[in-house]
Design a protein around this ligand. Structure first.
Ligand code: ARG
Length: 295
């Protein structure tokens, strides 16, 4: 027996592969906006020496000083790792949302409650993988691309140990568990609203996929955004630790820069979330259809 044909003949295998295709589409469509968000979120000196910048000014200054390719810096690692992470996440989500569901009719889509609970579980589990991946990504996006992704990961492991590579794990879980509940719930709810019956038939249009995915991304980012600012700051610290844990980072950022610091970069994050998650869910649904037809 060959592995791939058998794997793709199972619904779990198809969800894994489609989740990976979705993840890839998300990274390619959204990485430049992701780089802008990460830079906007940093405390003053790291924004590239131009103080508090608007997203547009920051974009111009990065392109002028470092060339357009700077926006794609750090994409190699997420492309490989986020593809795998999204594949795992979508598969874990499919398993969890069905197992939380009490209905035993397999043709019925899982209830909204199971969808939300499945999302929370997925967010918590995938943090184990996403936290070190985002740590490396953030370091590269902030300009430390000398060593490349693997070199950076090795460097962190060597100089900061396992604790170093897992810096930001708790705040990643705090961000991702609730936000993934909101994410999958919003996706299922809005696709059903846009195209009644599609949760069962899977007949929605590309437009519905893009909008439902986009809304899911936006809702999931807006609800946890301050946690993301704190997470980015904690994970960006190299060697010298500016902040003494989550609460300290929260308090000092607010004290030193005002409450609005917790929303810094939100516009960029929302734009990114719409694009990325429209792409993720559309590529996921289309890949699922394609794989189901082929089998
Ligand atoms: N706030 C969140 N973490 N939301 C869920 C993440 C969804 C998607 N992976 C993204 O990067 O946008």
């Amino acid at each position: 027996m060959e592995f791939w044909p058998e794997f793709l003949a199972s619904s779990w295998g198809r969800e894994f592969v489609a989740g990976g295709v979705g993840g890839m589409a998300g990274v390619i469509s959204g990485h430049p906006l992701d780089t802008l968000r990460i830079r906007l979120q940093q405390p003053p000196p790291s924004t590239g020496g131009i103080g508090r910048a608007s997203a547009v000014r920051l974009l111009r200054s990065i392109v002028a000083a470092e060339g357009p390719s700077a926006l794609y810096r750090g994409m190699g690692a997420p492309l490989a790792s986020v593809t795998f992470q999204n594949a795992m996440a979508f598969q874990v989500y499919a398993i969890l949302s069905r197992s939380f569901d009490s209905s035993d009719d397999p043709t019925e889509p899982p209830s909204y409650k199971s969808v939300a609970l499945g999302g929370v579980g997925t967010g918590a589990l995938q943090s184990l993988m996403l936290s070190p991946v985002e740590l490396v990504k953030i370091r590269l996006q902030l300009g430390g691309d000398r060593l490349g992704p693997l070199g950076t990961a090795k460097h962190i492991l060597k100089h900061e140990g396992l604790r170093g590579i897992y810096r930001g794990l708790s705040i990643t879980i705090l961000r991702d568990a609730p936000s993934h509940g909101v994410y999958f719930w919003t996706y299922e709810f809005s696709r059903e609203k846009l195209h009644p019956g599609c949760r069962k038939t899977g007949q929605e249009s590309l437009g519905t996929m893009l909008v439902a995915g986009g809304l899911a991304g936006v809702a999931s980012w807006v609800c946890c955004y301050p946690l993301d600012v704190v997470k980015s700051r904690i994970q960006a610290q190299v060697g010298f630790k500016r902040y003494n844990g989550i609460v300290d980072c929260f308090q000092r950022s607010v004290r030193e820069e005002g409450v609005s610091v917790l929303w810094r970069g939100l516009g960029t994050a929302v734009a990114r979330a719409f694009v990325v998650n429209g792409a993720i869910f559309s590529a996921y649904e289309l890949a699922l259809r394609f794989l189901a037809n082929g089998n």
